[in-house]
Design a protein around this ligand. Structure first.
Ligand code: SAH
Length: 360
């Protein structure tokens, strides 16, 4: 096992093991290898939340498993549903008591779940609520899966798309992200197709290159937010480490390796990055590339004073990009009334405990 396990003394996390690893573990405790497949199905297809549910395994085996392994389950603490679009935001407690949020979005083409990859985040983007308070810890693969499993159980509906765009920087939790992707797409598990998964990054260049070399068929979304290095650095502290030209080169490499069209995310902020010159430079930067640009009018965050541009400014920005033959959409905001939209996921529960807000 090479994924991050919190302390050495803890028993292994059974839900973060691949099927071959699980088989090896079961052989070691004297069980037949085919038991591993049954167990794996309980964990990842039937999404069991306890060993007791696994009724085709003998009672002695179930108690043996409970002694040898941890079975991490997320506890649903609260759900809010948007009156505007049916988006549901979940507050989950991790086994160690930390809280994370995940969002279910209902589209005509199917249900999409947006998951968190870390509790908190250390990237510090100026417009993002998730960054306030810093990183608490990275999530284990099982804790990323559990967000999807518990939402599937809660709604009883099929989940067709998964986006890793909640709290945290997925490429800052790289090994666990890869293992999560392997488990989620495994035909013996939930079997979500790689093409239905999007991972969003603030642009950690070496990890983008490494991910490209894995040649997965997932979509990579790059949070760009400015076409100039200086402005980007002002909005996103991570840009101080990686030059914009290197970030774009890494994205081109991702496309070259995977043939997956890149998505670029651009939060439009009034009088900050929504001007004609910004649109012109962005057009020049991305023109001729096989990519898609998502313009997201910035969502207000209480602690910041960034504002959305008027819709006419957003449309003019979009038109300018389209003149450069760039594929652009202005993203429909989901769940804005429940703070479920981009950058609004936050540790309300924790701040509530600290007495700073009454809304849980
Ligand atoms: N760390 C990853 C994924 C989480 S953020 C990343 O940076 O991509 C998911 C997306 O929401 C990113 O594009 C992020 O820049 C954007 N975002 C964050 N705060 C936002 C806000 N207040 N308004 C609009 N988009 C925001």
């Amino acid at each position: 096992m090479n994924h991050t396990v919190k302390t050495i003394s803890q028993p292994p996390d059974i839900k973060s093991l691949t099927l071959p690893e699980l088989s090896a573990c079961l052989t070691r405790i004297g069980e037949k290898p085919y038991r591993a497949k049954q167990l794996y199905e309980w964990l990842h297809q039937k999404q069991a939340s306890s060993f007791d549910e696994m009724t085709n395994l003998s009672k002695p085996l179930r108690s043996r498993l409970a002694e040898c392994f941890r079975l991490p389950v997320l506890r649903q603490v609260q759900v809010q549903e948007s009156k505007l679009d049916g988006t549901r935001k979940y507050l989950f407690a991790l086994p160690d008591g930390n809280m994370i949020e995940s969002v279910l979005m209902k589209y005509r083409h199917g249900n999409s779940v947006c998951i968190s990859s870390q509790a908190g985040c250390r990237m510090g983007c100026r417009f993002c609520a998730s960054a306030i308070g810093g990183l608490v810890r990275s999530l284990e693969p099982s804790e990323m899966l559990e967000q999807i499993y518990r939402i599937a159980e809660d709604t009883g509906e099929r989940i067709s798309n998964v986006v890793v765009m909640g709290t945290g920087e997925p490429l800052d939790n790289f090994d666990n992200l890869l293992r999560f992707l392997e488990l989620l797409t495994d035909e013996n598990g939930m079997h979500v197709s790689q093409r239905s998964i999007t991972v969003s990054t603030c642009g950690i260049v070496p990890r983008i290159l490494e991910l490209a070399d894995k040649k997965l068929q997932i979509t990579l979304a790059l949070s760009l937010h400015a076409p100039q290095q200086e402005k980007r650095r002002m909005l996103m502290p991570v840009a101080a480490q990686y030059e914009l030209s290197d970030v774009i080169r890494a994205c081109d490499y991702y496309f070259a390796q995977t043939k997956r069209r890149m998505t670029y995310e651009y939060s439009l902020i009034r009088d900050v990055n929504d001007g004609e010159e910004d649109a012109r430079l962005l057009g020049a930067l991305l023109g001729g590339k096989n990519c898609h640009v998502n313009l997201i009018p910035v969502n207000p965050v209480k602690e910041r004073n960034f504002e959305q541009p008027d819709s006419s400014t957003a449309v003019a920005f979009k038109n300018k990009l389209e003149k450069n033959k760039i594929n652009v959409t202005i993203r429909r905001e989901m769940g804005r009334d429940i703070d479920g939209a981009c950058g609004q996921l936050r540790k309300k529960f924790l701040s509530c405990q600290a007495g700073r807000t009454e809304t849980v």
